[in-house]
Write a protein that binds this ligand. Structure first.
Ligand SMILES: Cc1cc2nc3c(=O)[nH]c(=O)nc-3n(C[C@H](O)[C@H](O)[C@H](O)COP(=O)(O)OP(=O)(O)OC[C@H]3O[C@@H](n4cnc5c(N)ncnc54)[C@H](O)[C@@H]3O)c2cc1C
Length: 393
């Protein structure tokens, strides 16, 4: 056991954990100096994710003095929100609508930035247990025990921190499948219609055709790159609010969408990962332990979580600074801090929209929503979904 306890131990060095440390280094450098991040993997580590960064992520990173264009990326000009191939197109004048990064590269870059600002990261260390008491928190790993004043659980959707400190809270989990395929004409996919992306290059596509079948979500198709080679990332998201009903399998539904574009899912490697989503009634903290990122809950509507993880880091750093200033580690105010923040407001709006939009399962209504009621969708998105990063002060 370390007899010189840390101010803060962060479990996990994804965007949520790294953003917490980077924000702490900005608002309370004296606390950041005795902060330790424990990470079970080694950067650059694989993370199943389509890697779509929205403008809010860019804004939060810029306020930390970071420029995501340093990471290999593909910028997407237009985002299409369709129902069965037709619908609404969004583009931003003189700006990209989405920046696509690979998570191994992005997270390794962010970890490097945290280390260059004096944050200690120990990789290859798996946390097994988090035990808060009235004087601090004990963190048990496979090989050692650590002690800290405060612990942040930034260990993702299946994180051990939440399981240790809030074992009985309800879990709302989306189902997500993803495949990566090459776009090169020479690839094996060329025989299935000339390669995904014919006529779709440069755009990001979201298609809500599975909603009437009880899949509360959409299929996506993004351009991406791996080691400079152009690829496409396709997948399917299901908020999973109709888990008790009989629904088509996600794999079949994704296969159906790929077939529409001349692709065969059987030729691709399918990967799956659950995604824990935000519910305003969730618990987000216990005395001395806070949750951030997927451990606290990602966007229920679209499964977006990178910008949210970065935003949680900002809220958590302020809550930690205030706890040390007041010498009050109850974190009774953390839930209120999240819900009142622009991040919490957008997450609450998306939680509500997710339940409403995905419950309207009539085919004609979904079709009308994405094809004819575009102005309504745009206004709602503009007011409640986008642009929250700017308001995070
Ligand atoms: C298929 C898929 C596609 C997605 N696409 C997008 C997208 O395009 N855009 C978007 O914004 N979001 C997307 N998301 C969501 C996004 O990936 C997450 O919201 C985001 O990764 C959350 O970041 P985080 O830091 O909370 O958790 P994570 O990124 O999961 O990081 C958690 C870290 O904790 C470490 N860890 C876990 N357990 C332990 C332990 N016991 N001890 C030590 N370390 C531990 C892990 O190794 C990991 O490094 C997608 C998710 C999925 C599943």
């Amino acid at each position: 056991m370390s007899d010189n306890p840390y101010n803060l131990i962060i479990v996990g060095s994804g965007p949520a954990g790294l953003s917490t440390a980077l924000h702490l280094a900005q608002v309370a450098p004296e606390l950041a100096r005795r902060t330790l991040i424990l990470e079970k993997a080694h950067h650059p580590r694989a993370k199943l994710c389509a890697g779509g960064l929205v403008a809010d992520a860019k804004i939060i990173l810029e306020r930390l003095g970071l420029d995501s264009s340093e990471v290999p990326h593909v910028d997407v000009e237009t985002a299409h929100f369709d129902f069965a191939g037709k619908g609404l197109m969004i583009s931003m004048p003189r700006k990209h609508t989405l920046r696509i990064i690979r998570r191994d590269e992005f997270d390794a870059w962010l970890a490097g930035k945290a280390e260059s600002r004096g944050i200690e990261i120990r990789e290859g260390v798996t946390v097994k247990n988090v035990i808060p008491d009235k004087d601090g928190v004990t963190v048990e790993t496979v090989a050692a025990r650590f002690r800290a004043q405060v612990v942040v659980g930034a260990d993702g959707s299946n994180g051990v921190t939440r399981r240790c400190v809030l074992p009985d809270t309800p879990i709302h989990t989306a189902r997500v499948l993803e495949v990566i395929i090459p776009t090169q004409p020479s690839s094996k996919f060329s025989e299935f219609g000339g390669g995904q992306g014919r006529g779709r290059e440069g755009g990001a596509y979201f298609d809500f055709f599975p909603v009437p079948a009880g899949i509360a979500g959409y299929t996506w198709d993004f351009p991406t790159q791996i080691e400079g080679q152009p690829m496409r990332c396709l997948g399917i998201y299901d908020m999973n609010i109709f888990a008790n009903e009989k629904r088509p399998s996600l794999k079949e539904t994704l296969a159906q969408e790929m077939a529409r574009h001349g692709l065969d899912l059987a030729e691709a490697e399918v990967n799956a990962h659950p995604l824990r989503w935000f519910d305003p009634f969730n618990a987000f903290a216990v005395p001395r332990v806070l949750l951030v990122g997927d451990a606290a809950g990602a966007d229920p509507l679209l499964g977006e979580g990178i910008s949210m993880a970065l935003g949680y880091g900002q809220v958590a750093a302020r809550a930690i600074q205030s706890a040390f200033t007041r010498d009050d580690f109850s974190f009774r105010d953390y839930r209120g801090r999240i819900l009142r923040s622009p991040l919490g407001q957008t997450l609450t709006a998306r939680w509500l929209f997710g339940h409403v939009i995905y419950s309207l399962r009539w085919r004609w209504l979904q079709s009308a929503l994405w094809r004819s009621l575009n102005p309504l969708i745009l206004v709602l998105a503009w007011l409640f979904v986008l642009n929250w990063g700017k308001r995070m002060r």
